[in-house]
Design a protein around this ligand. Structure first.
Ligand SMILES: [Zn+2]
Length: 299
């Protein structure tokens, strides 16, 4: 199953308790669900755990039942609906809206003064309009609504909570999103999904480790390339001296160095230094090879 699905299931395990928080969570769901108007509430979900939570939550928050809800054990797209005028008025009243006003769906911040309620409200928004990408692929958490005003005010709220989000509008939807792993971790922890937050953190650690190993490998292979190039250059110089009949006239140490290099073209400088009996230092070998290169250049 998807990372979003798992995260929402984790959130569904949180009990529905305090009235203030139940109301705030339901409020978040309403602002980000399919339809929330003065004539209809319609929430559509395919998540069975969320479908099980919704009636409990709305009963606690508003003391009412949905007019239409799926049979227990239903699968696929499940629709929760309220169309009863009295119930709708009751909800809009409790949320601090005037039932006669056209719901512009601004956020009533008076409902969100307590920290517990703010977290519950954001959880509701995530339930109804949120999704999160598998953090092993990339870091992306987004909250989508069709209501521009609600989206703008969510931005303000998140900024106040210390998580400045980014936002974009996409085909008539308004998307608030996070791209940084630490912001996503904090957001998930706040809304009550510490396990998902931990998974984001460990995905980040895993990716960082993999990147540093790759960097290391690239660096090693770059060094290897350099060593191969150097070795080729030395071999050419030695052969040039050979052809010119100068190799035998070189001092013994240089002759020995040339011979060992010819025998071992694949060795790195430090490996080649070990081939001497007794071994010579790397800088000593480097010095001798440079001398050979110089002599060949002088030809
Ligand atoms: Zn609360």
């Amino acid at each position: 199953m998807s990372f979003s699905f798992d995260t929402k299931n984790e959130l569904c395990r949180l009990p529905v308790q305090k009235l203030c928080c139940a109301r705030a969570e339901a409020y978040g769901i309403l602002l980000y669900c399919n339809t929330f108007s003065s004539t209809e509430v319609r929430i559509i979900t395919e998540n069975p755990n969320f479908a099980a939570r919704l009636p409990k939550l709305f009963h606690r928050a508003f003391n009412l039942h949905f007019d239409r809800q799926p049979e227990p054990g239903a699968e696929g797209k499940m629709v929760f609906q309220i169309t009863d005028r009295k119930k709708l008025d009751h909800i809009t009243n409790l949320l601090g809206y005037d039932p006669r006003q056209n719901l512009v769906l601004h956020v009533n911040f008076a409902m969100l003064e307590e920290e517990c309620c703010r977290a519950s409200f954001l959880r509701g928004i995530f339930f109804a309009g949120g999704s999160i990408t598998d953090p092993l692929k990339r870091y992306h958490l987004e909250l989508t609504t069709s209501h521009a005003q609600a989206s703008r005010e969510l931005d303000v709220l998140l900024r106040e909570c210390g998580y400045p989000p980014k936002s974009v509008s996409r085909n008539g939807s308004f998307v608030t999103y996070f791209k940084q792993s630490d912001q996503i971790e904090d957001f998930l922890t706040m809304i009550g999904a510490p396990v998902a937050a931990m998974n984001v953190m460990s995905a980040k650690l895993e990716k960082d480790l993999r990147n540093s190993v790759n960097r290391r490998l690239n660096c090693d292979s770059a060094n290897l390339d350099k060593a191969v190039l150097a070795s080729q250059e030395q071999l050419e110089a030695i052969r040039a001296l050979q052809t010119a009949g100068l190799l035998e006239q070189l001092p013994d140490k240089l002759q020995l160095t040339a011979a060992l290099r010819l025998e071992n073209p694949e060795l790195t400088l430090s490996e080649l230094a070990e081939e001497f009996d007794p071994p010579v230092s790397k800088s000593c070998l480097n010095h001798r090879l440079r001398k050979i290169l110089e002599l060949a250049k002088g030809l």
